[in-house]
Design a binder for this molecule. Structure first.
Ligand SMILES: NC(=O)c1ccc[n+]([C@@H]2O[C@H](COP(=O)([O-])OP(=O)(O)OC[C@H]3O[C@@H](n4cnc5c(N)ncnc54)[C@H](OP(=O)(O)O)[C@@H]3O)[C@@H](O)[C@H]2O)c1
Length: 291
């Protein structure tokens, strides 16, 4: 694969910053990180001018409104930030012949399946956030064929200041307490941003366009996830399993958001390690050292 210049949207976010770090540290590709101040993705002129000026070889579009409760409260904001903005980016890519990686999400299904969802399961988005991402996927498919649509699992990674850093959130909630409660009836596939970044680049370098689930191996409840986080950090705290109704939420999030990397399996590309191993790695190699 030739050396590429990769423009990344949302480069200050949890995934965007780890993508930049991965590309810079482990590949020969150049990056053009963009954040809100360089290019507000909700403004067509800004998107078009920035992409036209930079003429990258690839765009990885991570920027989004990823707060499901906020999306539920303000659908206009969700559809503008997640759907219309993606249309702007896909249109720019089509006009300039630039392949696009669009970062979608895991919670696009009805959540009732006992096993992880594959790319071939029917979509049934329940929340405004999931609807806005599903519509964005449809727009990408309709506008521009040279795309990779990536659905990651529950993400962890980034630095401790990132608002989406789930490990940091649990750490700050747990500090000084004897007990934390966590939902035992919500399921997903925790996924390390650096493992995801590596696999995105592998898929891009292979060059087969399409839709891919990319998650670390395995499925767990939120309770098991939180228990593993506190164990890895070394906190002496009891985690009590509760029903999700304990945490009233604005968004009707599905019971299961777990993913199987079915297309990666079909292509012989699925060497994603288990979520526990990846979580231990992130916490010992990065999280604890940054405290
Ligand atoms: N976190 C998860 O568990 C998870 C799971 C599956 C999929 N995803 C997807 O993964 C992607 C990255 O998520 P993340 O967890 O890294 O979220 P994040 O930390 O909130 O990053 C999102 C980034 O998008 C930027 N952004 C939002 N609106 C923008 C706008 N109008 N113009 C330019 N930039 C804007 C934000 O910038 P500001 O800080 O300036 O707002 C932020 O840097 C998203 O597409 C998300 O839907 C996340």
């Amino acid at each position: 694969m030739d050396k590429m210049t990769v423009l990344i949207t949302g480069s200050k976010g949890m995934l965007g910053s780890d993508l930049c770090q991965y590309l810079t540290s482990y590949t020969m590709h150049n990056i053009i990180p963009t954040s809100r101040k360089d290019m507000d993705i909700t403004k067509w002129e800004e998107v078009w001018n920035a992409i036209k000026k930079n003429q990258p070889d690839l765009i990885i579009h991570t920027a989004a409104e990823a707060n499901a409760d906020l999306c539920e409260e303000d659908p206009h904001h969700a559809f503008l930030t997640n759907t219309m903005s993606t249309q702007f980016i896909a249109t720019s890519c089509r006009n300039l012949n630039i392949p696009l990686v669009f970062i979608s999400t895991c919670g696009l299904f009805n959540g009732k399946k006992d096993s992880p969802y594959t790319e071939y399961d029917p979509l049934k988005p329940l929340t405004v956030y999931a609807k806005s991402k599903t519509k964005a996927e449809e727009a990408v498919r309709a506008i521009w064929g040279s795309h990779f649509i990536i659905r990651p699992g529950w993400l962890f990674g980034g630095n401790i200041e990132h608002r989406k850093n789930f490990v940091a959130k649990i750490y700050s909630e747990a500090k000084g307490k004897d007990e934390l409660v966590s939902a035992a009836d919500r399921f997903g596939s925790p996924t390390y941003t650096i493992d995801l970044a590596r696999k995105i680049i592998e898929v891009v370098e292979m060059g087969v366009y399409g839709t891919y689930h990319i998650a670390n191996f395995g499925m767990c409840s939120r309770f098991e996830y939180v228990s593993e986080i506190v164990k890895c950090i070394g906190l002496n705290i009891k985690i009590k399993p509760v029903d999700s109704s304990y945490f009233p939420r604005y968004a009707p999030v599905p019971a299961s958001e777990a993913l199987e990397n079915y297309n990666l399996n079909l292509m012989g590309l699925n060497d994603m390690r288990s979520w526990r191993e990846a979580l231990h790695d992130y916490i010992s190699a990065r999280f604890l050292r940054s405290l």
